[in-house]
Design a protein around this ligand. Structure first.
Ligand code: ADP
Length: 277
């Protein structure tokens, strides 16, 4: 559904993407994980036509994003990092304008907006002004807007940035529900848990290149299963173990903290740096 070949992007002398290759099959929930500045947004901005690639090729639903741009654009909905709704208009009006841009008839827009507001559990908020909504509700409206023309692909750029933990989990549940109904989802995040919890496969992005790409379970298994952290003057030192007995024996001697390995450990072992600063 998404195909990217040797994708490069330079901003002047800054090589933001240095040759990305990946394929996302239909129905997959794919996470693009990396620290700030890794190139996550740049990739989404290129795929959604907001900025031009320097080199390479990409297609969405089989349509080349440069030579078949209009057809490629109909394949996706996108939720950008910052809420770009009209604050002075109601929820319904914001969605309605978007439907008009996609050439949907008045009746079709009304039916689809009602269906989507029920889907995001905001059926009673159609007439509320955007400026009166909380951050989590605004994010839900941007997701509904992206789904209005029934795209096959949904791009989510840091969908839970700035939201607190409880609200973040509600957005995760909504994202899972959308994927389960057959939409291919491409998600960028620097939240370890978000990728671990949601994604079928995760690409680790560092300094404009993919350093690993696999399921969360396999990426973590490459490091070990258990981790023991010890806080030293020089910072946190972590040791990894394949089995619990080995780790527990070490812990019994020294009394350090035992925990499960997570995707941050996998990223750290591959790049020498953390995803979350
Ligand atoms: P991420 O989304 O992973 O935080 P970005 O894709 O925003 O990373 O940025 C990747 C690199 O490209 C960074 O070095 C960033 O400074 C640079 N960059 C992003 N957008 C621009 C721009 N419009 N002009 C110049 N440099 C940019």
């Amino acid at each position: 559904m998404i195909s990217i070949k040797n994708l490069k992007k330079a901003y002047g002398t800054n090589n933001a993407l240095t040759g990305i290759n990946l394929t996302v099959p239909a129905g997959e929930l794919f996470a693009y994980l990396g620290p700030n500045g890794a190139g996550k947004s740049t990739t989404i901005r290129i795929l959604t036509g907001l900025t031009k690639m320097t080199d390479g090729q990409a297609s969405l639903g089989g349509f080349d994003i440069e030579t078949e741009a209009i057809a490629a654009k109909r394949q996706f909905g996108v939720v950008h990092q910052y809420v770009n709704l009209d604050q002075e208009l109601t929820v319904f009006e914001n969605l309605d304008i978007h439907g008009q841009l996609f050439g949907m008839s008045k009746d079709m827009r009304k039916a689809k907006i009602e269906e989507l507001l029920a889907y995001i559990e905001m059926a009673d908020r159609a007439d509320t002004l955007i400026k009166e909504l909380s951050g989590g509700l605004k994010r839900r409206v941007t997701i509904a807007r992206a789904l209005l023309h029934e795209p096959s692909i949904l791009f989510l750029d840091e969908p839970t940035v700035g939201l607190d933990a409880a609200i973040r989990r509600r957005i995760w549940a909504l994202i899972k529900k959308i994927q389960q109904q057959g939409t291919t989802i491409f998600l960028t995040t620097h939240h370890i848990e978000e990728a671990e919890f949601l994604a079928h496969r995760v690409a680790f992005l560092d300094e404009g290149r993919i350093v690993a790409l696999d399921s969360p379970a396999r990426l973590m298994a490459g490091v070990g299963t258990w981790a023991i952290d010890q806080l030293k003057d020089s910072g946190m030192e972590t040791r990894y173990f394949k089995d619990r007995e080995q780790a527990a024996a070490f812990q019994a001697e020294d009394g350090f903290t035992l925990r499960r390995v997570n995707l941050e450990d996998a990223f750290l072992s591959l790049t020498g740096k953390k995803v979350q600063a």
